[in-house]
Write a protein that binds this ligand. Structure first.
Ligand code: OSB
Ligand code: MG
Length: 369
């Protein structure tokens, strides 16, 4: 497939509800939409970097810069057959995995459209629907959190994740557990603790949680391993895992018992598949994380989560949990059994709502050979 032109759209979309984590509050979300044109077809990809560098150092602004000045010139006019090979072409560019993943996703979409195969088929996923949950931001008080969780349970979500931070951890989690003794419940700290402060989380061990996600710094596998030894609840790594190599380090060090896979954080779906395979070889459960994606990224997450190692519910909620207006004509709905259907049309299986794309675009640029 010869890539003849590339369009980038920097989008900003309002969220249905503000989303608060240990690193800040978001009322809207940015991303860079990548459109690759080849052989009369268009492939779409979503670069998930947000406007602020709270989750990782990348932002929609840095991704735009790296895409425009470094990744687009390496991609334009190239004959690309396999998105996995393309990763090797990008090796001269250090880091900026989310920027790279935006283009890589569009290559999978193109490949699927050309072969007439859906993303899940290309990746080897067999499930027709995947189990999902919802990630609930910090609320004003434990009582407000319980009310918000109740709303999501009424919507049909059977697995709840709550965000925590120092001072808003044990009481919040206990309140939810007390109100809903039976639900699948997990917490996510987004690196807000240190080896000195993570002892405050010890009472969580008595609350029958599925997992505690990323309590410590992203580059600190050693202290995660020390913490895991002291906790019965499985630790799950998100920010720490940037490649299949990191996944191997984490499991050899016993730094976690579960891994959250996000293709954007890993530089693409190819590396996400590699992390899945490493974990599956040692029976370590994985689940699909989310970055508040639009319909484009959500379709990719559903394809990925259809792989057999994804044995825990993913952070892939229905479109209406995030946006009142999305950029795809398709919207993803929650089934009564807390699952979402995996798209089965070629590529990502979604069509862009061009009017919505224009409406949310802050900046657009096209590069041609
Ligand atoms: O840590 O999992 C995270 C959203 C943005 C950045 C980081 C995270 C999240 C979420 C939301 O938890 C998951 C989703 O529903 O997309
Ligand atoms: Mg997380």
């Amino acid at each position: 497939m010869k890539i003849s032109s590339i369009t980038l759209n920097h989008l900003r979309m309002p969220l249905v509800l503000p989303f608060e984590t240990s690193f800040g509050v978001s009322t809207h979300r940015d991303c860079v939409l990548v459109s690759l044109h080849a052989e009369g077809m268009t492939g779409y990809g979503e670069c998930v970097a947000d406007y602020q560098p709270g989750y990782t150092y990348e932002t929609s602004g840095t991704a735009w810069y790296i895409l425009k000045h470094f990744i687009v010139p390496l991609t334009l006019g190239k004959e690309i057959e396999d998105p996995r090979e393309f990763q090797k072409d990008l090796q001269p560019i250090k880091g900026h995995l989310m920027a790279k993943a935006g283009i890589e996703m569009a290559l999978w979409d193109l490949l699927g459209k050309r072969e007439g195969k859906s993303l899940n088929t290309l990746l080897g996923g067999k499930k027709k629907k995947v189990e999902v949950g919802v990630s609930v931001g910090l609320q004003e008080s434990p009582e407000a959190l319980v009310r918000r969780v109740e709303d999501y349970l009424k919507d049909g979500y059977r697995r709840i994740k709550i965000k925590i931070k120092p001072g808003r951890d044990v009481a919040d989690t206990e309140a939810v557990r007390r109100a809903f003794p039976e639900i699948m419940l997990q917490v996510d700290a987004n690196s807000a603790y240190s080896p000195g402060t993570c002892g405050a989380l010890k009472p969580l061990d008595g609350l029958n949680l599925l997992l505690i996600e990323q309590p410590l710094a992203e580059d600190d596998l050693l202290d995660h391993a020390r913490m895991q030894k002291k906790f019965n609840t499985p630790l799950c790594l998100d920010e720490s895992i940037l490649s299949a190599r990191h996944a191997r380090y984490a499991l050899e060090l016993k730094a976690c018992r579960i891994i959250n896979i996000k293709a954007g954080r890993l530089g693409g779906l190819g590396e996400a598949l590699a992390v899945h395979d490493v974990c599956r070889s040692v029976d370590m459960p994985v689940w699909c994380g989310g970055m508040l994606e639009t319909g484009v990224g959500r379709a990719a997450n559903l394809g990925l989560a259809s792989l057999p190692g994804f044995t825990l519910p993913g952070d892939i909620s229905a479109s209406n949990r995030y946006y009142t207006r999305d950029i795809t004509h398709e919207s993803f709905n929650l089934n009564p059994d807390s699952t979402i259907d995996v798209p089965d049309r070629p590529g990502l299986g979604v069509n862009l709502d061009e009017e919505a794309v224009s409406y949310f675009t802050l900046e657009e640029e096209t590069f041609s050979c």
